[in-house]
Write a protein that binds this ligand. Structure first.
Ligand SMILES: Nc1ncnc2c1ncn2[C@@H]1O[C@H](COP(=O)(O)OP(=O)(O)OP(=O)(O)O)[C@@H](O)[C@H]1O
Ligand SMILES: [Mg+2]
Length: 408
């Protein structure tokens, strides 16, 4: 069916094919595409931030088809000054151009009204009440891993971004929350330069290397420090989990600050099913502190998924022999200690050697698992990612949300 409307075409000069607009019959005779075919093509275009078809999001304002096969599509952007306007325009143009009978494509952009944005936010929420954390709900199939350590600088953030990039490269849908509010570093390490856009009270997270990511650093001007007390940290984390539109994730990684502070407690409260991944160096002192940080899980009733030993030796650049810069055995010591404390088997999931390429990749926003996947560090992290990402998303151990009926 062809809708003949001139709303999108102000003057004949601006849209020469306006003069050729015709009825269904003449269009059919002329071989012009049907509106159905054009809309089917538009359904293949995803919003670059929301990752859902623009047709499902109420973003297609109008479709006009001329008898000569020229198609004009008007698209609603969610917000004025949307950074993705060019991407949307070119994806729409490309998709429509492929439809048989299309001779020309024009895309015009408009901006959603407040009412339309509210409707979109409601669609995205799937009718859920506001401010729910989807990952904390009993039926959630997203695996949540909180990356923790006792001491600072042992490589939590490096491990987080590389695990995320490796899992995304394996085809999983992955999100990262930079839960280190004071010491945020994830966007740089992941190469996420975009700023989040806001639709009503929902935040669209930027993506980099196939990973969706949110960090307080995306909201602060320049390198301004965040000077907040505990309750504000809790609120920020809650917003990252509840107000950010993550879509259906397979895995969510939370990069925690070092130690057993406010954020670790907030994570336990907000996402009780988050499993803890403890990062340590091989050093005795670091291992002791890491064990302490891990054993907080006993108090918060969280599960420890395993231990990663980072900076486990440096291959000598001359002879190739391993130099144990930070000693040996820390990962195993932490795993043994945590197994005793929790009464469950806590495995060492892998050891990552010191590798200049890993550090450089972090500085440049190009994770080593992607740039140099076969390097010793890259391969070690990919193997850990395989173990964590390959675990079944299942409902085992989850509440079914039903209550047995009382017979009497
Ligand atoms: N295996 C490694 N080889 C070489 N450099 C590494 C390795 N792991 C981490 N680094 C480097 O060590 C530094 C600290 O790492 P990172 O920031 O990931 O640690 P962190 O535990 O997140 O620190 P913080 O506690 O401050 O958040 C970074 O410069 C990083 O590039
Ligand atoms: Mg860090």
């Amino acid at each position: 069916m062809i809708r003949v409307s001139s709303a999108a075409f102000g003057t004949a000069a601006a849209a020469p094919y306006h003069r050729g607009m015709a009825t269904d019959t003449s269009a059919a005779r002329s071989g012009a595409p049907t509106e159905e075919a054009v809309r089917a093509a538009l359904a293949t275009v995803n919003d670059p931030e929301i990752h859902r078809p623009i047709t499902d999001l109420g973003m297609v304002k109008s479709v006009e088809i001329g008898a000569d096969g020229a198609v004009a599509v008007a698209v609603y952007l969610t917000v004025a000054g949307c950074p993705m306007r060019e991407t949307i325009t070119s994806s729409v143009t490309e998709a429509v151009r492929r439809v048989a009978g299309v001779t020309d494509v024009t895309v015009s952009l408009d901006v959603m009204s407040d009412e339309q944005r509210r409707e979109l936010a409601a669609t995205l929420r799937g009718g859920q009440a506001e401010r729910e954390i989807p990952f904390a709900k009993p039926g959630s199939l997203t695996r949540v891993y909180a990356i923790a350590s006792g001491k600072g600088g042992v490589g939590k953030s490096s491990v987080t971004v590389n695990l995320a990039a490796a899992m995304a490269a394996d085809g999983l849908k992955v999100g990262v929350v930079d839960a280190d509010i004071y010491g945020h570093s994830v966007p740089r390490m992941l190469g996420a330069e975009g700023r989040p856009t806001q639709v009503e009270n929902m935040i669209m997270p930027p993506s980099a290397n196939g990973v969706k990511v949110i960090s307080i650093g995306m909201f602060t001007p320049g390198n301004a420090p965040v000077v907040w007390r505990g309750p504000m940290l809790h609120r920020a984390l809650q917003q990252f989990l509840a107000d950010v539109y993550w879509g259906d994730l397979d895995v969510l990684l939370l990069d925690l600050p070092p130690g057993t502070g406010d954020i670790a407690i907030s994570v336990a409260q907000l996402v009780p099913n988050a499993e803890i991944l403890v990062v340590t160096t091989p050093q005795q002192a670091a291992a002791e502190v890491a064990e302490r940080a891990g054993s907080i899980a006993v108090q918060t009733h969280q599960k420890i998924v395993g231990v990663v030993e980072n900076m486990s030796g440096l291959p000598c650049p001359h002879c190739g022999e391993m130099v144990d810069v930070f000693g040996t055995g820390g990962g195993q010591r932490v795993a043994d200690g945590l197994s005793r404390t929790t009464g469950t088997g806590v495995p060492v999931l892998g050891s990552i050697p010191i590798d200049v390429r890993l550090r450089e990749g972090g500085d440049e926003g190009r994770p080593v698992v992607l740039t140099d996947p076969e390097s010793p560090a890259g391969a070690a992290i990919r193997s850990i990612a395989g173990k964590l990402g390959g675990r079944q998303r299942g409902l085992a151990g989850m509440s079914l949300g039903i209550t047995p009926r009382n017979k009497f």
